[in-house]
Write a protein that binds this ligand. Structure first.
Ligand SMILES: Cc1cc2nc3c(=O)[nH]c(=O)nc-3n(C[C@H](O)[C@H](O)[C@H](O)COP(=O)(O)OP(=O)(O)OC[C@H]3O[C@@H](n4cnc5c(N)ncnc54)[C@H](O)[C@@H]3O)c2cc1C
Length: 365
């Protein structure tokens, strides 16, 4: 077995693990291991690619705004087109829209909503609200940006390297990952739907992280929204859709408990969604080009879990990002770096009070 030593071993090569690897690399010797032959294979390649600052609990909204700022800095410095403006509009009954329209959302009149979503049937909703501070993200490019930046700063990334055993001797972890034995001062659990399983494998109590299925599909439609149109979501969580370079993206917005694994769409789920969209819109979906399912993993509180485990020294949680993993990624990575490398937040360009509040809200139970 080949040996390797590092300060920090990150388990999981999705957006959580990769964004941390690239942010932490200047401060520590980092190794990242991923079970699959390719990075980002699980939930991180299956998202709707939208970053919505009004979405989620208050700490998530705050981390999303910080992520948008950090990504804008990256875009300005590199010229990479990581994000582009794309509004998010909620439609539904007065009470459903009122319950969800917080943060940077503002109410829209029925006529304004129909102008922005001309495919909506007028009788299908009575209230609407919009967040114009949102962006669509090129998530493949973002994953690749983090992979490359991490590699350039010396992070060793090992794929086809599932962690199968781990032991802590009081100061150092010895972790078996594929054919390698890795020594590390700190283990970071960025294992997505498998995060509680990885914790158990390390002898750490779980955080009660539960994976929930969500399906999406790319479809062709006779009356598809024009490029640049908002993403439109039903406030009762029964669908969303948005324009896509390959046609149109649709989702039934389901939140169904699942087991960790390679989730697949179920027969009938997309057909039922097409029928539902036919009742609420004049989109005229003609063909389903491809469909996929991913797992959104979260705690009951809906908040990610980020920080050192309270009972196990050297074990750091970076999990439970639910439906917010991309939109919070850079903000969470910044928080994690401040905790892992004990860096002064001001040296990271971060507001210490804001980071302190986020650390408190997201700390492991
Ligand atoms: C349909 C859908 C739409 C979504 N839309 C959005 C959106 O618009 N905006 C947004 O911000 N978020 C969205 N999300 C959520 C977002 O995709 C997730 O929050 C994010 O991808 C989670 O990233 P992760 O790195 O935690 O998990 P993952 O991408 O699943 O990565 C975890 C990795 O850990 C690896 N791993 C597990 N166990 C081990 C082990 N023992 N050893 C080594 N490696 C291991 C896995 O193989 C996996 O690659 C959506 C999700 C879905 C399903």
């Amino acid at each position: 077995m080949r040996g390797l030593d590092c300060d920090v071993l990150i388990i999981g090569g999705g957006i959580a693990g990769l964004s941390l690897a690239s942010a932490l690399a200047p401060f520590a010797a980092v190794v990242l291991v991923e079970s699959e032959p390719t990075l980002g294979y699980h939930t991180s390649s299956r998202s709707a690619r939208q970053l919505i600052p009004s979405y989620g609990p208050a700490p998530v909204q705050d981390l999303t705004r910080r992520t948008l700022d950090l990504l804008a800095d990256v875009q300005a410095a590199t010229g990479l087109a990581l994000t582009a403006p794309r509004s998010f509009m909620l439609v539904g009954s007065e009470s459903d829209v009122a319950a969800k329209a917080h943060g940077s959302m503002r109410q829209l009149s029925h006529a304004e909503a129909l102008r922005l979503g001309p495919q909506l049937r007028p009788e299908a909703f009575t209230a609407a609200a919009i967040d114009t501070d949102c962006v669509g993200a090129d998530t493949d490019l973002l994953l690749e940006y983090h992979r490359r930046r991490a590699g350039d700063d010396g992070v060793i990334i090992s794929t086809s390297a599932p962690v199968t055993a781990a032991r802590f001797d009081g100061t150092t972890w010895t972790v078996r990952a594929g054919r390698r034995s890795i020594g590390a001062g700190v283990v970071v659990n960025a294992a997505g739907a498998w995060a509680d399983g990885v914790a158990r494998l390390c002898g750490v109590a779980p955080q009660h992280l539960l994976p929930y299925r969500r399906t999406a599909a790319i479809v062709a439609a006779a009356n598809a929204p024009a490029p640049g149109s908002p993403m439109i979501a039903a406030a009762d969580d029964s669908f969303y859709y948005r324009p896509d370079p390959d046609g149109m993206l649709i989702s039934p917005s389901e939140t169904e408990l699942a087991e960790p694994g390679d989730a697949r769409p179920r027969l009938g789920d997309v057909d039922r969604l097409v029928t539902r969209l036919g009742a609420c819109t004049t989109l005229g979906i003609t063909a389903v080009r491809r469909a996929w399912t991913g797992l959104r993993t979260q705690r009951d509180s809906g908040l990610p879990v980020v920080g050192f485990d309270p009972a196990q020294p050297g074990f750091f949680w970076l999990a439970g990002q639910g439906g917010y993993g991309f939109q919070t990624s850079s903000g969470i990575a910044e928080l994690a770096v401040s905790l892992l490398a004990d860096v002064d937040p001001e040296d990271l360009g971060a507001d210490p009070a804001r980071l302190g509040a986020a650390a408190e809200a997201l700390r492991p139970a």
